[in-house]
Design a protein around this ligand. Structure first.
Ligand SMILES: C[S@@+](CC[C@H](N)C(=O)[O-])C[C@H]1O[C@@H](n2cnc3c(N)ncnc32)[C@H](O)[C@@H]1O
Length: 216
């Protein structure tokens, strides 16, 4: 299921429940914030891929980040964030779209953040398209933070099957689609407590974009 089919799924998920009831909800996305603080300055362009209704954007604005874009399939999710932010929403770029089909204007971004979107790409051609977008959107020297369910994490998320990774397998998968372009600079496990008290294992990978792919 890609594109339009997935949009319907995600719009109905976000339309049916309060943000706080979603398993992936975080009031304060502490790990994401601490990684972003280390990797990007407030003036650097940052994009949250599959940002949904996440409060990451609220916190980044609060910390003085001034060039933030949120991309998601679901307009309903982005509407929830825009409603929460009120006037502050005008300071954010909002893109409704599928990351695998999005055409970034230029390699503008210093930081690509993805918490729990990449793992829904269960087909190799979807992952190839994602990595091509990431390569096109990130400036040389920019960083990508990609968080997925870990290899021993849940097999499904929001009722959809997921592909699970460790930092090593995630880096290898990205390398398969963009040989030599990205270097893994950090990898970790993270345990996410869901609102209902379960714990989900995530793999967290930070990649640095080099200047040129060996395939170029
Ligand atoms: C599990 S939620 C995580 C949301 C957010 N990153 C967070 O941490 O709260 C996954 C999000 O990815 C979005 N998504 C899934 N596939 C996508 C795709 N191909 N392109 C853009 N967004 C996608 C969904 O709409 C949803 O908002």
């Amino acid at each position: 299921m890609t594109g339009a089919g997935n949009t319907t799924h995600w719009d109905s998920v976000y339309g049916a429940r309060e943000e706080e009831a979603l398993t992936w909800f975080e009031d304060v996305p502490g790990l994401s914030l601490s990684l972003i603080r280390d990797l990007a300055r407030p003036e650097d362009p940052v994009i949250d891929i599959g940002g949904g209704a996440s409060r990451l954007v609220d916190h980044l604005l609060g910390e003085g980040y001034r060039d933030i874009t949120v991309l998601d399939l679901s307009e309903t999710a982005l509407d929830a964030s825009r409603g929460r932010l009120g006037d502050r929403a005008d300071r954010v770029g909002w893109i409704v779209g599928d990351v695998t089909q999005w055409r970034p204007d230029s390699a503008a971004y210093a930081l690509w953040h993805d918490r729990a979107a990449f793992h829904f790409l269960t087909e190799p051609d979807q992952r190839a398209a994602y990595v091509a977008r990431m390569a096109a959107a990130l400036r040389p020297g920019g960083h990508a933070i990609i968080m997925t369910f870990a290899e021993d994490g849940p097999e499904r998320c929001s009722n959809l099957p997921v592909q699970r990774y460790s930092p090593d397998t995630l880096s290898a998968e990205v390398g398969r689609h963009a040989p030599g372009l990205f270097t893994a600079v950090q990898g970790a496990r993270h345990m996410h407590p869901t609102p209902k008290g379960a714990v989900q294992a995530f793999g967290v990978t930070v990649l640095r974009r080099g200047a040129q792919s060996s395939a170029d």
